[in-house]
Write a new protein. Structure first.
Length: 315
């Protein structure tokens, strides 16, 4: 990153906060302690507020100091993006991309995306955060990630959706499960069996609550978890039914460990999977490369499932 473009006063404040003292920051930066102290005092004088609490155990940022540290971090991000943009203008695909993705992507499409990225663009570093849709959007708006691959992204002015596709709602069961012999199911059929359900921290559960809350209020308590991996393992074991999508369960569907049965109720609306960025800043070429790889892998995965797995949605 092009740290020389970041004002030195901001860098000094951030390093003092990280090290806990001016002396330790001086050793880390190779800058005289008096110079660091002078810059901090100048900032405090200009802002009319202290940046640090000076305690026996070290220097701790005040709320105003925290704002300066956040400013420094944003400045470093922008400086890094500028440096990357200049390199890309020269035709060099090199840089650092931050992606927020979902739990189901960790053992699904992400390994393939990373494999292709390493093979085709070895000089692009990828940082992946596995979070919920809500957390992914928050990170995007806070400039902590460059793009997100998330379920059920709601339209909003600050978000630009690069690409999205529908994911029909379905029921995932083990091949030995009584429902596995059916080509499709209705929700009333599903609730006759033990259900492994997502917790309300996940977008799909809120989606289900909005449209089908009766499934959870008019039956024995389901198993509830925020881990898709646990939910899928319960379904694979044959003990539970999981309401999810082909993309969530693609590895298990292709391996023959699960069957996917479309839910054909008129009220069963599809989810969506989207690749989105902040509408407030342009996406660099390196980010576009990663976005395209994610899109292509989702399309490839869905095509593979729908071609090879009986009962999967078509189109």
């Amino acid at each position: 990153m092009a740290f020389p473009l970041v004002p030195r006063a901001l860098r000094y404040v951030e390093e003092v906060a990280r090290q806990g003292s001016i002396q330790a920051a001086s050793r880390e930066l190779g800058i005289a302690a008096s110079a660091i102290d002078r810059q901090i005092l100048m900032l405090e004088d200009e802002l009319g507020a202290p940046l640090f609490e000076r305690q026996p155990t070290g220097m701790r940022p005040t709320p105003v100091g925290g704002l300066i540290i956040s400013l420094s971090q944003r400045w470093k991000t922008d400086a890094g993006n500028l440096a990357a943009a200049v390199r890309q203008m020269k035709g060099v695909d090199i840089g650092h991309v931050r992606l927020a993705a979902m739990d189901s992507h960790a053992n699904g499409l992400l390994p393939a995306v990373i494999g292709t990225l390493v093979s085709r663009h070895p000089r692009i570093a990828l940082e992946v955060e596995i979070v919920s849709t809500d957390a992914a959007i928050t990170m995007l708006m806070d400039d902590r990630v460059d793009l997100v691959a998330a379920f059920n992204v709601k339209p909003r002015r600050e978000i630009h959706v690069l690409w999205s596709t529908d994911l029909p709602l379905g029921c995932a069961v083990a091949p030995s499960h009584p429902l596995a012999t059916q080509a499709s199911v209705r929700l009333k059929d599903v609730v006759s069996f033990p259900l492994a359900s997502q917790s309300r921290s996940l977008a799909i559960r809120r989606y289900m609550d909005d449209r089908h809350a009766w499934m959870f209020s008019e039956r024995d308590a389901p198993i509830v978890t925020n881990s898709l991996q646990l939910m899928k393992r319960l379904a694979v074991s044959g003990s539970h039914v999981a309401i999810t999508s082909e993309l969530d369960t693609a590895p298990e569907l292709l391996a023959g460990d699960l069957c996917f049965l479309p839910i054909i109720d008129d009220t069963a609306r599809p989810q969506t999977i989207a690749v989105a960025i902040s509408a407030r800043r342009p996406l660099l070429r390196t980010g576009q490369i990663v976005a395209d790889l994610v899109r292509d892998e989702v399309v490839r995965t869905l095509a593979a499932v729908r071609e090879r797995v009986p009962g999967a949605a078509k189109g």
